[in-house]
Design a binder for this molecule. Structure first.
Ligand SMILES: [Zn+2]
Length: 340
């Protein structure tokens, strides 16, 4: 027993792997760009090399001992991956990774690490779990963890436990309808929160209104380039946030549009689930009050019942390690975050 679990975070722009200790601290991590256009084999090979590099480095540093080719070198493996997937079996078909369609990611990692639990969940669920376990939602029994990025995702914790739903898909806040006459959504519906507030959707709306990305601030490019792991896909939302901060009127209007849509969706979720706290992560959340003020205004307009008014909406606090910490929690805090 090593006292550490292997956490795996699979995204369309990067793979990240880490050793996480029982307190939720990332002891060692490796990241690499997702092979662009990679087929199933190339993607699996890239992930395998990243894991080997992590474990070899950790063994050399004395963080783990023994033969790193053996399964028992970690206490378990937690995986976060973009959906859809079969769950809890873990055959994955991430929307933005065409190379994996029905790829048995969980089973393949279980083969590589025999004799220890290997568990998987939606990446947005892992982010919510991380914020509940070690982040901005710590200490709250009833929480919705949201991420506003390329898409709008979430995870739901009620009574101090992760809620999976019938197929592992509970928490899909992005597809709450906030405007029945709104834009079409990738899910096939119309007027979902995601259709309005996802970074690229909001950027497209802003461009339609005449927005020129970056025009309002000279430091935008520097700020983007200086951040170690800017998700290319989230950059449009982040750029909008930066431009809004610099006073760009259209970017400000976009923040109001997103904030209002988020506030409406959160009001519905709060009334339905009797929430204590909602955490919001992702590029757009960096806009601070420019996003959160219109969000609060819409939310307070629509939660009128006494019980619902206590809800707090706060920025996520864990940053780029959140996905890894949440994946690790599927093993390390299984009493709260794993039901199977
Ligand atoms: Zn939708």
């Amino acid at each position: 027993m090593s006292g550490s679990v292997l956490a795996v975070d699979i995204g369309g722009t990067k793979f990240a792997v880490a050793l996480v200790d029982s307190d939720g601290n990332v002891r060692a991590a490796r990241r690499a760009a997702t092979p662009p256009g990679g087929d199933a084999r190339a993607l699996w090979k890239a992930l395998g090399e990243l894991v080997d590099s992590l474990l070899d480095g950790a063994a050399a540093d004395g963080l783990i001992d023994g033969d790193t080719a053996a399964g028992g070198v970690v206490d378990g493996v937690g995986i976060g991956c973009g959906g859809p997937m079969t769950w809890p079996e873990g055959a994955v078909s991430p929307l933005n990774m065409p190379g994996w369609r029905g790829f048995p990611l969980r089973a393949k990692l279980a083969e590589r690490f025999p004799g220890v639990p290997v568990r998987i969940h939606n990446d947005a669920v892992c982010l919510a779990v991380a914020e509940h376990w070690r982040g901005a939602g710590r200490g709250s029994a009833n929480m919705l963890g949201m991420v506003v990025s390329t898409g709008v995702g979430g995870g739901l914790i009620l009574g101090d436990r992760l809620i999976d739903g019938g197929s592992g898909n509970a928490g899909h806040i992005g597809h709450i309808v906030v405007d029945p006459e709104g834009p079409p959504c990738g899910c096939g519906g119309r007027g979902c929160l995601e259709a309005i507030a996802r970074g690229p959707g909001l950027a497209a709306w802003a461009v339609e209104q005449g927005w020129h990305p970056g025009a309002g601030s000279a430091y935008v490019e520097t700020a983007l380039a200086g951040s170690a792991y800017v998700e290319a896909a989230a950059a449009s939302g982040r750029q909008l946030a930066l431009d809004a901060e610099a006073g760009d009127q259209i970017a400000l209007a976009a923040m109001r549009r997103a904030g209002r849509a988020l506030g409406l969706a959160i009001a519905s979720a709060t009334n339905l689930c009797d929430l204590d706290v909602v955490t919001i992560g992702g590029g757009l959340s960096q806009a601070g009050p420019l996003l959160f003020d219109p969000l609060e205004a819409a939310l307070r307009d629509h939660i009128r019942m006494e019980f619902a008014r206590r809800v707090r909406v706060v920025p996520a606090s864990l940053g780029q390690d959140a996905g890894l910490v949440g994946a690790a929690a599927l093993i390390l805090a299984a009493d709260r975050y794993w039901t199977h």
